[in-house]
Design a protein around this ligand. Structure first.
Ligand code: DGT
Length: 136
């Protein structure tokens, strides 16, 4: 089981996404910042650590609100991807691991190539973001 935590950091109706760099799996695709939970770590502590490492922002683990999750078979493992919503953090996100960062509204998000596990997240995020009607 591959347990991964990720954050939907939302500001002014847009969510932060980052582009996976060359040389990693899924290179070039846009994802939500986050990463694997280390042994002995809580999901919230893992996500706060990843956001510090990847973006240089400080996060109160108590501010991470569970939003939705994805469950998907990979080649040799099963991915459980836990998405949290985050509305407050300290610092200005900078791309320390990613090749680029972008703030995307709903329409912009739909135009980005994302890992397959992330695609169902767009519908969940749409009501929280600007830039497009929610399709029902
Ligand atoms: P590393 O380089 O081994 O320290 O990796 P971590 O712990 O930074 O994790 P990462 O982000 O490279 O890998 C997370 C796994 O989850 C990877 O197989 C890609 C997959 N994944 C699918 N969607 C997402 C997403 O939205 N965000 C993140 N962070 N990973 C995603």
């Amino acid at each position: 089981m591959l347990l991964v935590v990720a954050a939907a950091m939302i500001e002014d109706g847009r969510v932060l996404v980052q582009q996976r760099p060359e040389g990693t799996s899924l290179a070039g695709l846009w994802e939500f910042p986050g990463g694997k939970i280390e042994p002995g770590e809580s999901p919230e502590a893992a996500l706060a650590r990843e956001l510090d490492e990847e973006l240089g922002v400080a996060v109160d683990p108590a501010a991470l609100v569970p939003l939705t999750f994805a469950s998907e078979a990979l080649a040799d493992r099963h991915l459980m991807l836990l998405l949290y919503r985050l509305d407050r953090w300290e610092g200005v996100p900078e791309a320390r691991h990613a090749s680029a960062l972008a703030w995307a509204d709903s329409a912009a998000l739909r135009g980005l190539s994302m890992p397959p596990a992330d695609v169902p997240f767009l519908e969940v995020l749409a009501p929280l973001l600007g830039g497009g009607a929610v399709l029902r």
